[in-house]
Write a protein that binds this ligand. Sequence first.
Ligand SMILES: Cc1ncc(COP(=O)(O)O)c(C=O)c1O
Length: 383
Amino acid sequence: MIKPFEKPIYVTKPFLPPFEEYCQGLSEIWESRWLTNDGPILRRFTKELCNYFETDNLCLFNNGTLALQIALQGMGISGEVITTPYTFVATTHALFWNKIRPIFVDIEPDYYTLDPEKVEAAITPWTTAILAVHVYGHPCKLNALADVARRHNLKLIYDAAHAFGVKVGNTSIAHYGDLSMFSFHATKLFHSIEGGMLTFKEAGIKGIFDYLKNFGFKNEVEVVMPGTNAKMNEMQALMGIQVLKYLEEMIEKRSRITELYRERLKEVPGIKLVPSLSPEVKYNYGYMPIEVDEKEFGMSRDALYEELKKWNVHTRRYFYPLICDYPCYRSISVNGTLPVARRTAERIMTLPIYDSLGLSDVGIICDMIKSLQQRQGRSSIHR
Ligand SMILES: Cc1ncc(COP(=O)(O)O)c(C=O)c1O
């Protein structure tokens, strides 16, 4: 008899550094009274990230959404951009706020990233860029997308919101495409409470991003473009510096959690796991997606989601609905019927994963899923 968890288990729980460590950092802020506007802690954080990503072409923001909006504006992207409907809604919002028309094309079924062949078929004379997402931190089909972008002279932009810490070979995912955006939101593996970062190929564009995030100010009296306010503050930067110290430890803990989920769920009928990533990918274990095949499992994804809630396990249906199905985007062009994205959105569920989630709790969550499948299996035999 499985008992519900006493305390809710959410899909994620933000990592926090030891309280004393953060307080020690805060005392420096209290001393300096420098809270925001390119403060010393932000500069230190920027330097640490430049070291981590081995590039100086990097710029920090108060969140990932504004970082992406500014990226598109600063790069002068316009017309149509080919993108995925299978992502968090901010990816598309960033296009909308730049008056760019999103053209949604389908994803590939293994890792749920944009399908390069479908991208090619959707290119029109108005296409200026591809905006792909390393969804769940799974690297997109990097070579194929780069090839399409090069042949059609399109900018290649990655929403890497989920992909902090991911490497391909020895190269950080940040080095692919013309530009990548990372989110440092509290729900992400790496966070600065809220925060965002751009990494980019062309060094010259950094100045534009710096203007755009600070109202367009060049100096005290000159505003050189209509910017916005997207500056990261000192408390955010401090959190980022401290969380960065624990990154590898967190990835290691999450990898053990993922291993256990995969081991325990691999033979449950109707549960499909993401295929193993190529050995050259260093993954960050940011998410734990599974697909539920209603016929084989004996219960729909939505029913499983509700049943787990009764046991105090709060999964998420990431990403459902598809962005093209939200009322505000329904009238916007969809390229084709998006069969893979639709099927995935109906079946996907992400299970709880965070560094402090105990392996014994992971085992219990797996037992819950198994017992629901067996219960359904038995009831269908008796029908
Ligand atoms: C894929 C994706 N893009 C963009 C964002 C927006 O980032 P932020 O919350 O930092 O604004 C998020 C997450 O929140 C995301 O998951």
